[in-house]
Design a protein around this ligand. Sequence first.
Ligand code: DHK
Length: 147
Amino acid sequence: MSDTIFILNGPNLNLLGQREPQIYGHETLADVEALCAAEAGPRGLKVVLRQTNHEGEMIDWVHEARHAAAGIVINPAAWTHTSVALLDALNAYEGPVIEVHISNVHKREAFRHHSYVSLRAEGVIAGLGIEGYALATRRICTLLGRG
Ligand code: DHK
């Protein structure tokens, strides 16, 4: 089995730290990567963090995860609320999946309250800032028997 956890990020999250910091905070994806690595490393696992603004590329990465990742932490960003294609790709993946949202989507616009990805995810974390990624990574480790 792979010893890698994919940390996948959807559209506009390349701007994390600059974009609407009152909602998404001042930390960057580099900070997210460091937090996740600090959880996975001591448990014998590695993280690979990626971000894309292109839905097809995200779907290709989920397909790649079928042989290259033991688990997936995913913040699908806006695709959470729109993408049946991403849900279908995740349904074709056999390892554990945890969905993360930096903001509390349930406190925001109604269109953010529905998630296609939640139909597949083992768990969902929302509103804990980037700390949510660390907790999600830790949970993936537990589900892989590396808790
Ligand atoms: C990030 C986004 O870009 C939004 O489209 C989602 C999510 C919420 C977040 O909180 O991380 O609605």
